[in-house]
Design a binder for this molecule. Structure first.
Ligand code: BGC
Length: 734
C-alpha cells in the first residue's frame, strides 16, 4: 500500500501518541546483531522498548523471529528496520564503487544497485548503508575504494545513480530498499589519509567539493544519511549541528533520518568531546542525529536528560518521526515478515550475473597498450597466469564481503581458462601478500588461527617457481595488486607500491622477454612506475565482482573493447598524496618558464591522469564550439564537440568537459569537470556531443563573500578524453 504524505503523518502521530518515552528512545536505538559486549541481547531489548533498527545480521530466518518479537511482544508492536552494508551487491557482487565510477556511466551503478536491492530485500533487509559518497583525494586512504573517487561532479552523478538504483522511483516497492548517503561529511580528507583521523576542511572546500555528492543524494530522494566518525574542524560529525541541522535539514530540506556511524555517538566521549555518556547523548540529539548505531548511548542517557529538563519530549519525538515514517512508507506495518523461500529464487536469476558481467566490463580501464599487444589472440596454445590475486575469489569480490558472505566469484585464472578451453593455462601464485598489521575486520574473518606468514625463503622459492612456469608459456598474464583487506575500512597505507614482493616477481618474469600483460586487482591507485615503463599492456580491473575473471578475459581476448576512465589520478608515490587534478594555479605554474618544482626529488605529476583510459580504437576530437562567446549571469550556453572513431573497431569514448574561471572573487581550480558522456562509436563514425554550461556549473561558494556567487569573468573550456584535454575555447560571463 502506498501512503500519501498526510497519511504517513497521521499514522506516525497515532503511533507517537501511544508510545512511552522509553519506547520513543527505543526507536532511536539501532541494536547490533552481534554485540561488542555492550548491553543485553536483541530479544530482551526489543521486548522492553522495541528498536528502531538492527544491523550486522544477515539471516532471513532470524529477521522473522526478531520481527515477530517486535510485533507481538514489544509494547506498541512497531516493526524493526533490518539494515546491512550491501555496498556493491548482496549475493551477486558488482564492481566496487570506485570501479563502477570508472565506467563513467551512471547506468552501471543504477542497474547494479537495483539488483543489489532486489536480492537484499528478498533476504529481508530493508536498508543499506550505501552509497558512500565521500570525495577521496588521497589514495592512501583505504576507503577510497568505497566511493567514486576525487571529483565532486562525477561523484554527484554516481551518488544519485546509486540512490535511484536502491530506491527506484518508489522506495515502497517490494524490490527496493532505503539508501543511506555516508559518511557526512569530509571523512575522505582525514589527515595523511589515515582512517578515522581528524579532518580540517574550510567551508569553501566543504561546499564546493565535499558536499555536492551528498546534496545530489538528497536531490535524488535518498531516505537516510550516516554521520561520519571523525572530528570535522574539531567537532565530531555525529554531534555536529552545522552539518546535520543547518546544512542537511535547513538548507537542503532533507526529511529523512540520520544514523550515526558505528558507536559514534558514544565515541564522542573517547574522542574527548563529550564529558560522559549522558553528555554524548545530549550532543547527538541536539545536533539532530536520529539513530544511535549500537553505542546504546541514547538508551542509557536520554530519559534521564528529559527528567532533568535538559531535553524535551518534543525534541525526542522530532527525531523519532522520520524513523517511523520510513517504516510506514515501506509498508512494514502491513508486511513485516519476509518470505523465507524467496531469496534463493531471486539470487539465482541469470540476469543478475549478466548485469554483474556487463558492469565489470564497463568498469575496467586500459592504462597501457604498447604496439597494440592487446587484444590477445585466442589461438594462443600456452598461457601462464601468475600472481597472488590471480586465483583469489575474495580479492576480486573486494571490499565489504562480511557478515556471512561466501565468495563465489570467477577468478581471473578461471575466466582465462573459460575463454581458452583448448589452450593450456598454467598458474603460479607467486609470493603471498599480507598486511604488515592486520585490522580488526581481518582478525574477525580469519579467526584465531590465521595462516602463518610465508618466510622469506618460501617467498623466494615461490618467485622462482612462478618464473619457471612463465618461462614455459607463450605469453604471461600477471595478476597483481591488493587483497580485499588491503583497502576499505581501517586499511590505509603509507605507500602506494605493489605490496610485498610483487614488483620483484614482475621484474623477474618480464626479464624472460615474453609478452607480458599486467592485470591489476586492487582498491586504490597504485604507484606502478616500473610497470608503466616496462610492461607493454596494463589493465586496471579494480575489484570487479562475481564475474571478474570472465570480464577480464573478455577484454584481454578482444570480445569487449575497454572504455573505462580513471575517477582518480594515479600518484607516482604515496608521499605525493593528496594529489588531484582540480588544484589551484600558483605564482609558479608548471607551465611557466621559471617553474620551481614542488619537490626537488621528483615532480608530483600523476602517472595516469584523472579521466584517463585507453581503448582498442582511437578517437579524435574536433570542432569544439561555444554557442555564445558572451552570456549574462544566470544564462546558459552550449558547448559542442565532434568525436570520431578513427580506428578499425567499435569502441566507447567519454568526452569530458573541463572549465577554468580565469580570475574572480576567489581563485578557482585550474580545471574542473563540468560535463561528461559515455558514447559508443562504430569505426569511422562521428557524433556531436553537447554540454550545457549555466549557473549550476559556474556558481561556487566563495570563501571571500561567504556565500554562493557567480562572477562576471572569462572562462577557459576544454573538451577531450581526459583531464589533460587540449582542445580549447573561451567564453565570457558579463
Ligand atoms: C563503517 C560504516 C558502516 C558501519 C556499519 C562502520 O564501521 O564506517 O561505513 O556502514 O560500520 O557496518
Amino acid at each position: 500500500m502506498k501512503y500519501s504524505k498526510p497519511e504517513v503523518e497521521k499514522k506516525v502521530n497515532e503511533l507517537i501518541s501511544k508510545m512511552s518515552l522509553a519506547e520513543k528512545v527505543g526507536q532511536l536505538n539501532q541494536i547490533g546483531g552481534f554485540s561488542f559486549g555492550q548491553g543485553p541481547g536483541p530479544e530482551e531489548q526489543i521486548r522492553e522498548r522495541g528498536a528502531g533498527s538492527i544491523l550486522w545480521l544477515n539471516d532471513t530466518k532470524r529477521f522473522n523471529e526478531l520481527q515477530k518479537i517486535a510485533i507481538e511482544e514489544s509494547p506498541s508492536g512497531i516493526p524493526i528496520l533490518f539494515a546491512l552494508d550491501v555496498i556493491h551487491g548482496y549475493r551477486t557482487i558488482f564492481p566496487a564503487p570506485l570501479a563502477m565510477a570508472s565506467s563513467w556511466d551512471p547506468d552501471v551503478p543504477e542497474k547494479a544497485q537495483t539488483v543489489a536491492a532486489r536480492e537484499a530485500r528478498a533476504a529481508g533487509i530493508h536498508w543499506t548503508f550505501t552509497p558512500m559518497v565521500d570525495i577521496a583525494r588521497d589514495a592512501r586512504w583505504g576507503r577510497i575504494v568505497e566511493g567514486a573517487g576525487e571529483d565532486p561532479y562525477l561523484g554527484s552523478a554516481m551518488a544519485a545513480a546509486q540512490v535511484r538504483g536502491f530506491q527506484g522511483d518508489d522506495v515502497t516497492g517490494p524490490e527496493r530498499m532505503l539508501a543511506c548517503a555516508k559518511h557526512f561529511a569530509g571523512y575522505g580528507a582525514s589527515d595523511g589519509g589515515r582512517d578515522y583521523d581528524p579532518v580540517y576542511l574550510p567551508e569553501n572546500l566543504l561546499r564546493n567539493v565535499y558536499f555536492p555528492p551528498f546534496k545530489a543524494a538528497v536531490d535524488a530522494g535518498c531516505a537516510t544519511f550516516m554521520s561520519a566518525y571523525m572530528d570535522l574542524n574539531d567537532v565530531p560529525a555525529s554531534g555536529n549541528q552545522f552539518l546535520m541541522r543547518q546544512v542537511l535539514r535547513e538548507e537542503w530540506g532533507f526529511e529523512g533520518f540520520v544514523v550515526s556511524d558505528a558507536h559514534a555517538v558514544g565515541s564522542m566521549v573517547t574522542q574527548g568531546h563529550a564529558r560522559d555518556t549522558k553528555d554524548a547523548a545530549l550532543r547527538g540529539i541536539k545536533a539532530g542525529l536520529n539513530l544511535d548505531m549500537s553505542s546504546y548511548t541514547y538508551t542509557k542517557g536520554v530519559e534521564e536528560l528529559v527528567d532533568e529538563g535538559k531535553l524535551t519530549v518534543e525534541e525526542i519525538e522530532e527525531l523519532v518521526r522520520p524513523i517511523l515514517a520510513a517504516k510506514v512508507k515501506m509498508g512494514l506495518f502491513e508486511t513485516p515478515y519476509v518470505d523465507e523461500d524467496l531469496l534463493e529464487q531471486v539470487v539465482n536469476r541469470p540476469d543478475h550475473r549478466e548485469v554483474s558481467l556487463w558492469s565489470a566490463q564497463r568498469s575496467m580501464v586500459l592504462l597501457k597498450n604498447e604496439k597494440n599487444l592487446l587484444p590477445l589472440s585466442k589461438d594462443v596454445k600456452k598461457v601462464a597466469v601468475i600472481g597472488p590475486v590471480a586465483d583469489s575469489k575474495t580479492a576480486v569480490e573486494g571490499t565489504w564481503m562480511v557478515f556471512g558472505h561466501e565468495p563465489a566469484a570467477v577468478t581471473v585464472l578461471e575466466g582465462i581458462r573459460n575463454k581458452l578451453p583448448d589452450a593450456e593455462v598454467t598458474y603460479a601464485e607467486g609470493p603471498e601478500i599480507k598486511r604488515d598489521i592486520p585490522s580488526w575486520f581481518q582478525a574477525r574473518r580469519e579467526g584465531d588461527n590465521p595462516k602463518p606468514r610465508q618466510t622469506s625463503e618460501e617467498a623466494t622459492a615461490a618467485i622462482q617457481e612462478a618464473v619457471k612456469i612463465a618461462g614455459d608459456a607463450e605469453l604471461v598474464v600477471m595478476v597483481l595488486g591488493e587483497t580485499h583487506f588491503m583497502s576499505g575500512e581501517a586499511a590505509s597505507r603509507a605507500s602506494l607500491d605493489l605490496p610485498g614482493r610483487q614488483e620483484e616477481l614482475l621484474q623477474a618474469v618480464a626479464a624472460l622477454g615474453k609478452p607480458v600483460v599486467l592485470v591489476l586487482v586492487n582498491g586504490r591507485p597504485l604507484s606502478i612506475n616500473w610497470a608503466a615503463e616496462h610492461i607493454p599492456a596494463i589493465l586496471e580491473a579494480w575489484q570487479p565482482g562475481s564475474e571478474a575473471g570472465n570480464a577480464v578475459a573478455d577484454i584481454l581476448f578482444g570480445d569487449v573493447n575497454p572504455g573505462g576512465k580513471l575517477p582518480v589520478c594515479f600518484p607516482q608515490k604515496g608521499s605525493h598524496a593528496p594529489l588531484y587534478y582540480a588544484r589551484n594555479l600558483t605564482h609558479s605554474p608548471e607551465s611557466s618558464e621559471r617553474y620551481n618544482p614542488r619537490y626537488w626529488d621528483g615532480l608530483p605529476v600523476p602517472l595516469y591522469a584523472f579521466g584517463f583510459g585507453l581503448s582498442y580504437t582511437t578517437f579524435e576530437f574536433t570542432n569544439l564550439s561555444v554557442s555564445d562567446s558572451q552570456m549574462k549571469v544566470g544564462e546558459t550556453l552550449t558547448v559542442s564537440v565532434d568525436v570520431t572513431n578513427t580506428g578499425d573497431v567499435a569502441g566507447d569514448e567519454v568526452p569530458q568537459l573541463y572549465i577554468h574561471q580565469k580570475w574572480g572573487t576567489d581563485t578557482r581550480p585550474m580545471r574542473e569537470l563540468k560535463g561528461f558522456q559515455r558514447i559508443s562509436l562504430e569505426p569511422g563514425e562521428t557524433k556531436t556531443v553537447e554540454f550545457e554550461l549555466g549557473p549550476k556549473e559556474l556558481t561556487y561558494w566563495s570563501a571571500n563573500v561567504h556565500d554562493w556567487i557567480q562572477d562576471t569573468v572569462t572562462f577557459d573550456v576544454w573538451v577531450g578524453a581526459d583531464s589533460t584535454a587540449s582542445l580549447h575555447a573561451e567564453f565570457e560571463v558579463i
